[in-house]
Design a binder for this molecule. Structure first.
Ligand code: SD4
Length: 303
């Protein structure tokens, strides 16, 4: 038995995503509806340069969005490299519910979205275009570790990766998760990260718990990382221990690279216990339940 519904999200804007999710969860709604609502909130948040319509583009100036959604019964859907559709998480849900497939990519994903009634609209904002033009002066792909967020961060400061991962457990004890992102800014056109890959950026199993990831997605892909976190919980680790062990695995595989890139895991088990761990300091996550609404917590980290 669990002590009630709970939702957790990555990063500081996870507070807003949780509030949107809680409107569903707090009234006894389903975890799946809650995580979609939370992810949609982040996708619509016009100040967010790393998720949805306001995201930064790829090397060629094209905004491509990745998203996935999954419930604890193993139902899942995802879209990768989707262009000019504002709510990739909802398209991912349609893939899950209305097709025999799990993942649609690129032009096919957009075609499906349009067929499903999602409006096609040019999404790249002036701010994102200006950031891209600025980046082109050096054109170096060097993802920053997020640390400036905590140290001397001002709103809008440059940090080029922050994905929304959101996990929820509802009153009936069912789990669901979603993950949505514009991916790494200035990536190669066609690059797909971990967020739309089930098992890498997101994994959910009602028998165990759920996990999601943020940071440089190539590391999550290499390690099937969210699946790894859930499997570690299945073997008896707490959510916190599972996230820490998965981070240690990332370090063991690529000790040198791990010094300069960020990887963050967030997990919840089937009892509603929450855990998180990051490679570098600066990863914050938001927790919301009947007792606490706007809690923002610092994850522990290796460095
Ligand atoms: C990606 N994992 O596309 C995403 C980016 C991210 O926090 O999470 N940023 O690799």
């Amino acid at each position: 038995a669990i002590d009630g519904a709970r939702v957790v999200s990555t990063w500081d804007f996870g507070v807003g995503a949780n509030q949107a999710a809680w409107k569903v969860l707090g009234e006894g709604g389903a975890a799946l509806d809650a995580v979609e609502a939370g992810a949609r909130w982040a996708e619509a948040d016009l100040c967010n340069s790393t998720v949805g319509r306001c995201g930064n583009p790829d090397r060629d100036g094209v905004l491509t969005l990745d998203a996935s959604i999954m419930d604890g019964d193993g139902r899942c859907g995802a879209v990768a490299a989707l262009e000019d559709i504002a709510h990739p998480v909802s398209v991912a849900r349609r893939v899950m519910e209305r097709t025999p497939h799990v993942l649609l990519a690129g032009a096919g994903a957009q075609q499906f979205a349009i067929e499903q009634g999602f409006p096609k609209q040019a999404l790249l904002t002036d701010k994102a275009r200006a950031a891209w033009n600025e980046w082109r002066k050096t054109a170096k792909y060097q993802p920053a570790i997020n640390a400036e967020r905590l140290d001397n961060a001002k709103p809008g400061d440059k940090h080029n990766h922050d994905t929304l991962g959101i996990l929820a457990i509802d009153r009936s004890g069912k789990l669901a998760g979603a993950c949505t992102t514009s991916g790494m800014a200035w990536k190669l056109h066609g690059r797909v990260g971990d967020s739309p890959i089930v098992g890498a950026g997101l994994y959910v199993d009602n028998d165990v718990g759920a996990a999601t990831a943020s940071g440089v997605g190539e590391e999550m892909l290499r390690n099937a990382a969210s699946f790894l976190v859930v499997e570690l919980m299945r073997q008896g680790r707490s959510p916190d221990e599972a996230c820490r062990e998965a981070i240690e695995r990332v370090v063991r595989k690529r000790p040198q690279a791990s010094k300069t890139l960020q990887v963050c895991f967030l997990a919840i088990d089937k009892h509603g216990e929450v855990g998180a761990h990051a490679l570098h300091r600066g990863f914050v996550y938001a927790v919301c339940d009947a007792g606490k609404r706007d809690a923002l917590l610092d994850a522990r980290s290796v460095y």
